[in-house]
Design a protein around this ligand. Structure first.
Ligand code: B3K
Ligand code: ZN
Length: 879
């Protein structure tokens, strides 16, 4: 934890480093109590900084033992100075070798940043600024060097010693110790450094690259999990092949290693040649992992692998450029999943997530552009905005330039910048230059926060046979700026005839591919040769991350649900229809009017549900209505109790009206034989379990029995968990029995137990908060393990809005308490957990005041970390 008030760092203050590092040799002597780190770096002053002799090194929580310059011991306050931020060498020559010895305490590191222990093994997490907790160094991504790492440890406890690159030497030492030397032939910034030491086993496979090089692939785990790595290994090979085929990118080292650890602040980390993964994103078996887990593993394995080019070979100049590597790499992993499975399903899922969480963030006091202009704590900027909106912005290039043009841009980007630390402007320039396109206006997507709103109206002229789309774009004010410039928005459209078929499009008599480029605040597009009044299909495939507003009638939405040739918009029409229904029901509820759902609405969902020509996964998506969080986000000020009530009303009404259809489909899809994880099988399971969830809304004795049966007979975790998820919302003996059975069966497996904690935290039964509080005391719960915190506390705060927003404020008080506990030990996780409170202004006044009260309580806490302080203070700042 830092001393004093955290300060703000600005992009505009960026200056290049005065010294570069030619080589860095690290030696780790790993011990039971502490670790001694000796770092020897050869520095070279940039010739343009002639007279500047100050070398500033970052360091945090380090015990300094000695500093030598070219073999001479330096004296404190004479040759060097210690500051709150690190260490300054006062008169550094133009070149020189600096040896620094420090002592660190990994066993006491509860922040899980720098070098720490998980299950008794050593591992590291250096991004963004964890390397400074290992040794004094220029911990910034624009300082890239060649790393050599020596690791010394007791052989019995730590038989496996790993770091980046290739193993070049190893040997035995006295007192049962051994050593290993790793050399990474690629220059890299410190955030990509990794070290692992422990009692680990590995599975091994090989991959031959397109150019014929054989690469060794290894996944390391604790011995008891070794059987669960096959899916991760196959995913890695698929990712390697895909990147060659789609982007012409090959792997560049002889070995690729992945290590699974249980205690990890996020999903995974792309350290060069030595990825470290949260075990949740490695281990899979049909009995323990859901379909979604399988897909997530494949996508994150892909994501970290793709970073080898987009992030590692070409890295960020500074942390403001984070989206340069993250947005681009998320885009790449999205395309990977889409190519391997169903593009439409993938698109729907990504957009659903973006709208639920990123749009909310973009409307929050923490709203920031994908390239922020300032931050206090960089770890707070690994956000949905930088990642997911960043990926949408990368997608804009592909939509505008086409796949081939996008590929040319990527090729030029690699040709120009391989081995460099660059900016988002460099990426934009490569895309523009490779296509001789003027993309300057895209820059605004990087600099302006807030979700653009695009309002469209249509006028049809029957005599002239023309159809005019009038588009008005506006971007809401956000903390960094009140007044926004129009952005370049590709708006993909179609016009549907009465038959449901697409009209051929002519813009002012020129054939048009359907992509309108919005560049101004207000703009009209006139389609000609339009023989009948069409229904517009707007923002097809979600061609830009905007809120699209169009005055659709209920009948038009139902028409689009049935006919739109764009699978995304067929789905979206259903979501809009549901949102419309929620809006009017909320109004009725307020006015005491009895609730009712139109017959047309019910039929529209029946048509989708029973459409045998439609992919089951898409039917399942269509039947998954906007969540309570989505409704709260769109219909402000939000009253979570009312939202819960009307959403439950709609689900129950559909369940009753379509009961027979749900049952028929459920039984027809129930028995699929051997468990398979291909897209078709997953889609069928998904639809079946959506049907079961609807049936769960019937007040019928038969339902718990049906769930209990599915739970008991399931040969896979997807079905078992889906049944249990329905049961946790019903107060019945089957619930108690199934939860107990699940506990007894899986208590040895922490990842599976996370599901058990998460399910109970998201229950709608009245005593859920009490349950959650009791589960904190459960012997298998551990507040120091981020997965457990996310499972129990995260699920309660994010997936259970009805209880989290209890009118008496009990949910808020509970969360605040947990945040303060975490603040002392793991500020990064604490800062994640506080987020559900920050949009307090979006709620009705009673809840808003209660949420604000808890934020004030946190703010008043002594010893608040910079991480939590930044979020809470920004949230409370006057709007
Ligand atoms: N680059 C890491 C995230 C690091 C987060 C640091 N707080 C994982 C990824 O995006 O691939
Ligand atoms: Zn990433």
């Amino acid at each position: 934890m830092r001393e004093g008030q955290p300060h703000t760092i600005y992009l505009k203050d960026y200056t290049p480093p005065v010294y570069q590092v030619e080589t860095l040799n690290l030696k780790f002597e790993l011990g039971d109590e502490f670790t001694v780190v000796t770092s020897t770096a050869h520095y070279q002053r940039d010739p343009s900084h002639l007279g500047n002799t100050l070398l500033e090194l970052d360091g945090e929580d380090l015990e300094l033992i000695s500093v030598q310059l070219d073999g001479r011991y330096l004296q404190v306050n004479q040759d060097y100075r210690l500051t709150p931020e690190g260490l300054q060498i006062l008169t550094m020559p133009a070149q020189g070798s600096l040896e620094i010895v420090t002592r660190i305490y990994p066993q006491k590191n509860t922040a899980l940043e720098g070098l720490y222990q998980s299950s008794g093994n050593f591992c590291t997490q250096c991004e963004a600024q964890g390397f400074r907790k290992i040794t004094y160094y220029q911990d910034r991504p624009d300082v890239m060097t060649l790393f050599t790492t020596d690791i010394i440890a007791e052989r019995a406890k730590y038989p496996v010693l790993l770091s980046n690159g290739n193993l070049v030497a190893a040997g035995e030492l006295e007192e049962g110790k051994h050593w290993a030397r790793w050399l990474d032939p690629y220059r890299k910034p410190a955030y990509l450094f990794a070290l692992v030491a422990g009692h680990l086993k590995h599975v091994e496979d090989f991959y031959t690259t397109g150019s014929g090089r054989k690469v060794t692939l290894r996944i390391y785990t604790e011995p008891h999990n070794i059987s669960k790595c096959e899916h991760a290994m196959q995913s890695l090979k698929r990712a390697m092949r895909w990147d060659e085929q789609r982007f012409g990118l090959e792997y560049d080292l002889d070995i690729y290693m992945i290590v699974a650890v249980d205690d990890f602040n996020m999903g995974a980390m792309e350290n060069k040649g030595l990825n470290i993964f949260n075990s949740k994103l490695v281990f899979a078996s049909p009995e323990t992992a859901t379909d979604q887990d399988y897909i997530n593993i494949e996508s994150v394995i892909g994501h970290e692998y793709f970073h080898n080019w987009t992030g590692n070979r070409i890295t960020c100049r500074d942390w403001f450029q984070l989206s340069l590597k993250e947005g681009l790499t998320v885009f790449r992993d999205q395309e990977f999943t889409a190519d391997l499975h169903s593009p439409a399903v993938k698109r729907i899922e990504d957009v659903r997530m973006l709208r639920t969480f990123q749009f909310t963030e973009d409307a929050s006091p923490m709203a920031h552009p994908i390239r922020p202009a300032s931050y206090m704590e960089i770890n707070n900027f690994y956000t949905m905005t930088v990642y997911e909106k960043g990926a949408e912005v990368v997608r804009l290039y592909q939509t505008l330039l086409g796949r081939a043009g996008f590929r040319q841009g990527m090729d030029l980007y690699f040709a120009r910048h391989d081995g460099q630390a660059v900016t988002t402007e460099d990426f934009l320039a490569a895309m523009a230059d490779a296509n001789q396109a003027d993309l300057k206006q895209l820059q605004r997507w990087y600099d302006q926060a807030g979700t653009p709103e695009v309002k469209v109206t249509m006028t049809y002229d029957a005599t002239a046979q023309t159809c005019r789309l009038h588009c008005v774009q506006s971007i809401p004010a956000t903390p960094e700026s009140q007044h926004k410039q129009p952005q370049l928005i590709p708006l993909q459209v179609g016009l549907l005839r009465e038959t449901g078929a697409d009209l051929a499009l002519y813009l002012e008599d020129q054939p048009c591919d359907g992509i309108l480029q919005l560049t101004q605040a207000e703009q009209s597009f006139r389609f000609t040769q339009v023989p009948e009044q069409p229904v517009p299909s707007l923002l097809r495939n979600f061609s830009a991350p905007v809120r699209l507003v169009y005055p659709y009638t209920e009948a038009e939405l139902i028409f689009l649900m049935k006919h739109d040739s764009d699978a995304f918009n067929r789905w979206d029409a259903g979501q809009r229809l549901a949102m419309r229904a929620f809006e009017s029901l909320l109004l009725d509820l307020k006015q005491g009017i009895p609730l009712g759902l139109s017959h047309e609405c019910v039929c529209a969902w029946q048509v989708v549900l029973t459409d045998e020509n439609l992919d089951p996964a898409l039917r399942a998506e269509a039947l998954s209505l906007p969540s309570e969080t989505d409704i709260a986000e769109q219909l402000r000020p939000a009253d979570p109790a009312a939202i819960h009530q009307v959403r439950e009303f709609v689900l129950t009404t559909l369940a009753k009206a379509l009961r027979l259809d749900f049952e028929i489909i459920f039984y027809r899809l129930q028995h699929q034989g051997v468990y398979q994880i291909d897209a078709a099988s997953m889609g069928k399971r998904r639809l079946k379990n959506v049907c079961l969830a609807y049936l769960g809304h019937l007040d019928d004795q038969a339902v718990p029995a049906l769930c209990a049966e599915q739970y008991a007979q399931a040969n896979n975790m997807t079905d078992a968990l889906a049944a249990l998820a329905v049961l946790v919302d019903i107060d019945c003996p089957e619930r108690v029995a199934a939860l107990q059975h699940f506990h007894d069966r899986w208590q040895h497996d922490p990842l599976v137990m996370d599901k058990w904690f998460a399910l109970q935290a998201s229950s709608s039964l009245p005593n859920t908060l009490q349950q959650v509080q009791q589960l904190l005391e459960h012997p298998l719960f551990d507040m120091r393990n981020p997965n457990k915190v996310r499972a129990l506390i995260g699920s309660f705060a994010l997936r259970n809005p009805w209880h989290f927003h209890a009118a008496d404020g009990s949910g808020y008080a509970f969360l605040a308490e947990r945040v303060l506990w975490l603040n002392e030990r793991n500020p990064q996780v604490a800062a994640r957990m506080v987020r559900p409170l920050i949009n307090w202004r979006h709620y009705e006044s009673g809840r808003a005041q209660l949420m604000r009260g808890q934020l004030e309580r946190i703010q008043a806490h002594q010893g608040l970390s910079a991480d939590v302080y930044e979020i809470v203070s920004k949230s409370l700042a006057t709007a």
